[in-house]
Design a protein. Structure first.
Ligand SMILES: [Fe+2]
Ligand SMILES: [Fe+2]
Length: 271
């Protein structure tokens, strides 16, 4: 049995099956927060995370250009969308656990670990919600191909905690805030009640994941006496391949502590 938070993280990362990965993720989160309740804490420890997390054999992973496009308004299109979100959520579970053992050489307050354990716990719930919706529609996670390359950002930033925070929560997860309202509307139009409810839960909880990224990015900038905005631009240009795409959900981004001067200058300017 893992004794430290870092060992728990590595156990989640090296578990392939999605349901089993997320079950462990939630159990370890409960263990962590039980210890934190009285002001205590489990040791963070040290453990070597794998370069890439274990994943189930299905879904097969395809280059995004080769993933078949389906009409978004059709039943098949809605299943494809739920499947894509399930894949994103499973990837997010691994991303949040990965940041814990990956950067233990950088001294961080215990609140840093609280935030990522909580985010990982929520992503595990989101994965289950999406799996349940897929099963309600007669499908399942693994039935369709999924995007390869989602782990690329994690690999690229494996030696750079600020790069990781800039690209994963502050670019990729912030993008989720931009696109989720339209997705919810699409399922509302189809009167797909459980999917609407699930996506509304996801949308509400994702704001805090972006906020955790922004909080710890600012914390590290403050500790090093660095100006956060130019550093953010520099890191996103270095690690994120492609421009940021408006329209932005400026309201939710602001809730998450991301002012417009972070993202607008990166529109069509990244390489
Ligand atoms: Fe999520
Ligand atoms: Fe998230």
């Amino acid at each position: 049995m893992p004794q430290t938070l870092a060992e728990m993280a590595v156990d989640v990362l090296t578990t392939a099956d999605g349901r089993e990965k997320t079950r462990k993720s939630r159990a370890y989160a409960a263990e962590w927060f039980a210890a934190r309740k009285d002001g205590g804490s489990l040791p963070i420890g040290q453990a070597q995370p794998p370069l890439r997390p274990s994943r189930p054999e299905q879904p097969g992973l395809l280059d995004p250009r080769d993933v078949p496009k389906r009409k978004p308004g059709s039943p098949q299109g809605r299943i494809a969308l739920l499947h894509a979100v399930a894949h994103i959520e499973l990837n997010a579970v691994d991303l949040h656990w990965d940041i814990i053992p990956r950067f233990t050489d950088t001294r961080m307050p215990v609140g840093f670990y609280d935030d990522w354990v909580k985010a990982a716990d929520e992503e595990s719930k989101h994965f289950k919600l999406m799996c349940d919706c897929l099963e309600e529609e007669g499908s399942h996670y693994g039935a369709l191909p999924a995007h390869a390359g989602m782990w690329q950002a994690a690999e690229d930033t494996r030696d750079d905690i600020m790069g990781r925070l800039a690209v994963v929560p502050m670019v990729l997860e912030a993008r989720g805030l931009d696109v989720t309202p339209n997705m919810i509307q699409l399922f509302k139009n189809a009167k797909a009640t459980s999917a609407v409810k699930a996506l509304e839960t996801i949308y509400a909880e994702e704001v805090s994941h972006v906020a955790y990224g922004s909080k710890w990015f600012h914390f590290l900038c403050g500790r090093d006496d660095v100006d956060p905005v130019p550093r953010f631009h520099e890191l996103v240009r270095k690690y994120f391949h492609g421009p940021l795409k408006p329209p932005f959900n400026e309201e939710k981004r602001a809730d998450a502590g991301m002012a417009p001067d972070f993202y607008w200058p990166l529109v069509e300017q990244s390489t």
